[in-house]
Design a protein around this ligand. Structure first.
Ligand code: NAD
Length: 368
């Protein structure tokens, strides 16, 4: 635990300025997805960007944009926002938002993100997967760099408080340095895999260096659609990640293995375990582990609310560190490299990939 008094924790999470927020793409993720989660024993909502902006301290939701007018009317009805547009450039011109969520589909994201950067928006909070091709990811990151816009990828687990507690625990050295990470889920490598790979990148603390992979379906590996698969990711600092898709349908757990203990998140991040290594007893080399109380955050909150406050604080800091555009690009690049490895008979694939035209995305086996 941080040991800080409560008022200080609240004070530090809140951005110091006030920000105008807008959502481009008023569909499920932009507005309505929480209707699907009522009663689910999962992690705290809201997940949708509009209600999360309304709940975030220091951020006011001022506008919505969608090409579909019926979505805009629904948005007005849900959130009481009357500044509604079908053209995001006109919205920026008139509403002057500081933070814009981009919750369109991946194929529509590059044009919107580049357009927002060119229009001078301070921070762009783009949902996952960042896009479909490496060239598009490069162009989005370059456009934001040129304009000075913060590009944050809304892989919101990176801001989810139990994972922050886990990183703090590892950072303090309580269970020794991180050695490897194992993720068990059969879900698609780019769609849900973006969340996993962005989180693993944050924990690893270094970029991925090379991978080898084996996807689940030879036919799918030939095309560019999203697909599930297993693989091994080697990070530049020697941390390794193993992705195991041979796990029961709909499951998702992640294990962080350190030198003297491990943290396991289960049931789609609903539950966390902490195990520490016991001292050796007798003359056997076998060591046992004991289960301890995981240091759950005393202030459980929606990861999306924390993320949006985090993006506001990133404007103040002048940089994004929890999930920058580069993490979104690396997630896509790693997933593509795992598929390339499969295509080449399991060969090791070094990153970055030279062929920036490589693409992954489209029909996914899950829409979350
Ligand atoms: N937990 C999560 O992080 C999570 C969960 C669900 C979906 N998502 C992601 O959110 C994205 C959107 O998925 P969805 O299910 O909400 O899709 P959706 O179709 O419900 O919403 C997308 C909306 O964007 C609008 N749109 C498209 N182009 C536009 C443009 N140029 N300007 C303005 N509006 C535009 C569409 O009309 C549509 O209403 C996907 O990338 C998906 O992977 C993330």
């Amino acid at each position: 635990m941080s040991g800080k008094p409560a008022y200080q924790v609240v004070e530090e999470s809140r951005p110091s300025g006030s920000y105008r927020g807008a959502v481009v793409g008023c569909g499920r993720m932009g507005s309505a997805i929480d209707d699907e989660h009522v009663g689910m024993p999962h992690y705290p909502w809201p997940w949708a960007h509009a209600p999360a902006m309304m709940e975030a301290s220091g951020v006011e939701l001022v506008a919505g944009v969608d090409l579909d007018r019926s979505k805009l009317e629904e948005f007005r009805g849900r959130w009481g926002v009357n500044a509604l547009y079908t053209d995001f450039r006109e919205m920026v011109e008139r509403e002057k938002p500081d933070i814009v969520s981009v919750t369109t589909r991946p194929e529509e994201r590059p044009d919107v993100v580049i357009g927002l950067a060119e229009a001078g928006v301070k921070a762009i909070f783009a949902t996952k997967p960042l896009c479909r091709s490496l060239a598009e990811a490069d162009a989005m990151i370059d456009a934001c760099r040129r304009s000075g816009a913060i590009l944050s990828v809304a892989c919101h687990l990176n801001w989810y408080a139990p994972y922050t507690s886990a990183r703090e625990l590892i950072g303090r050295g309580d269970i020794g340095p991180l050695r490897s990470m194992v993720c068990n889920t059969p879900m698609a490598l780019s769609n849900i895999g973006s969340h996993t790979l962005a989180l693993l990148r944050l924990f690893a603390g270094a970029p991925a260096q090379w991978v080898f992979g084996h996807v689940d379906d030879d036919e799918a590996a030939v095309g560019d659609g999203d697909l599930s698969g297993s693989g091994y990711v080697f990070y530049q600092n020697g941390v390794r990640a193993m992705l195991n898709s041979r796990s029961p349908s709909g499951t998702w757990s992640i294990e962080f293995l350190c030198e003297r203990g491990r943290i396991i998140s289960r049931h789609h991040h609903a539950e966390f375990d902490l195990w520490t290594l016991d001292e050796p007893s007798g003359d056997t080399s076998i060591r046992y582990e004991s289960r301890r109380m995981f240091p759950y955050p005393w202030r459980p909150r929606s990861s999306m609310v924390d993320a949006i406050e985090g993006v506001a604080r990133s404007i103040e800091a002048g940089r994004e560190e929890i999930c920058p555009g580069e993490f979104g690009r690396e997630a896509l690049e790693t997933a593509i490299a795992l598929r390339e490895s499969h295509r080449q008979g399991g060969r090791r694939i070094d990153l970055p990939l030279a062929d920036r035209a490589l693409t992954l995305g489209g029909a996914a086996n899950s829409s979350r």
